[in-house]
Design a protein around this ligand. Structure first.
Ligand code: IPE
Ligand code: IPE
Ligand code: MG
Length: 249
C-alpha cells in the first residue's frame, strides 16, 4: 500500500490489532433473507451484492492483502436455472460496476474455480476486469466461481500424474509444494480467517486444502445483513485468538 494512501484511516483501524493478511468468506443466507421478505432468491442475491461491496472496500481500507469470496460452488449448478442465471448476471454486473473502484483502489481481481463452463458473457466480463487490474498490488480479490475444494484437489492430482507420466516430476518429489503449486490458489498465502454467515457450521467444499489452520468465525446473520460492525467483530475475535499451528503456544 502506498504511504500517501488516504483510504487507510488509522483512527478506525489502529485499535483492532494484528489483522489477518488473508480473509475468506462464505457468503451464505441470501435465499433465507429473501424468503423472510417474500422476495425471490435472486432478489436476495442482488441485496447480497451490497455486503460484497462493504467487504471489499473495508478489507482494502484495512490493508488486508487477500480477500476470497465464495460466490458459486461447483455444487450450486443443482439450483433452479433461473437462480443460476441470475447469479451469473450479477457477476457480470459486479464486474461492470466495480471495475473502476478496483482500478482506483489498487485491487486485482482473480477468479478461482473452473471458468470454462461459465456463460461466455460472464467469462468475458471477468477476463476484462482481470486484465484491467492485473498490475494492481494493494489487495487481491479472489472470487470463487464454479469452485469446489475437492474438484481443485482432483485437478491438482491429475496435473501431478500428467507431469509424472511425462517424466518431468518424480513421485518422490510429490510434496506439499507440488500440490499447492497446482491449486487455483497457487502462490496465495493460506487464509488466516474464514467467516461464514447465516449460522451454518460447515465448510461446504470451500478451500479444503488451504483452510488447514484458518481461524473460523460464524456469524448468525444472513449475508445481506453482514455489515461493517459485524465484520469488525469478526476481525476483533480473530485478533484475540492464539494460533498454535500444532505447537504449544
Ligand atoms: C448465497 O446464499 C450463497 C450462494 C450460493 C450464492 P444462499 O443462496 O445459499 O442462501 P440460503 O443458504 O439458501 O439462505
Ligand atoms: C456455500 O453455500 C457456497 C457459497 C456460498 C457460494 P451453500 O448454501 O451452497 O452451501 P450448503 O448447501 O449450505 O452446504
Ligand atoms: Mg446457502
Amino acid at each position: 500500500m502506498s504511504a500517501d494512501d488516504s483510504t487507510t484511516d488509522p483512527a478506525t483501524t489502529g485499535d483492532i490489532g494484528d489483522l489477518p493478511q488473508h480473509v475468506a468468506m462464505i457468503m451464505d443466507g441470501n435465499g433465507r433473507w429473501a424468503k423472510q421478505r417474500g422476495l425471490t432468491r435472486s432478489e436476495g442475491h442482488r441485496e447480497g451484492a451490497k455486503a460484497v461491496r462493504m467487504a471489499v472496500t473495508k478489507s482494502r481500507e484495512l490493508g488486508i492483502r487477500h480477500l476470497t469470496l465464495y460466490a458459486f460452488s461447483s455444487q450450486n449448478w443443482s439450483r433452479p436455472k433461473a437462480e443460476v442465471d441470475s447469479l451469473f448476471s450479477l457477476l457480470v454486473e459486479f464486474c461492470e460496476n466495480e471495475k473502476q473502484l478496483m482500478i482506483d483502489k489498487g485491487i486485482r481481481l482473480n477468479l478461482i474455480g473452473d471458468r470454462d463452463p461459465l456463460p461466455l458473457v460472464a467469462r468475458a466480463a471477468v477476463k476484462a476486469v482481470e486484465a484491467a487490474t492485473r498490475r494492481n498490488r494493494d489487495m487481491v480479490l479472489h472470487v470463487a466461481v464454479n469452485y469446489g475444494g475437492r474438484e481443485e484437489l482432483v485437478r491438482a492430482a491429475r496435473r501431478i500424474a500428467e507431469d509424472v507420466a511425462r517424466g518431468v516430476l518424480s513421485p518422490a518429489d510429490v510434496d506439499e509444494r507440488a500440490i499447492e503449486s497446482r491449486l487455483w490458489t497457487a502462490g496465495v498465502p493460506d487464509p488466516d480467517l474464514i467467516i461464514r454467515t447465516s449460522g451454518e457450521l460447515r465448510v461446504s467444499n470451500f478451500l479444503l486444502w488451504q483452510l488447514a489452520y484458518a481461524e473460523m468465525y460464524v456469524d448468525e446473520c444472513l449475508w445481506p445483513d453482514f455489515d461493517w460492525p459485524r465484520y469488525e467483530l469478526a476481525l476483533r475475535s480473530y485478533t484475540r485468538r492464539e494460533r498454535r499451528f500444532g505447537g504449544v503456544g
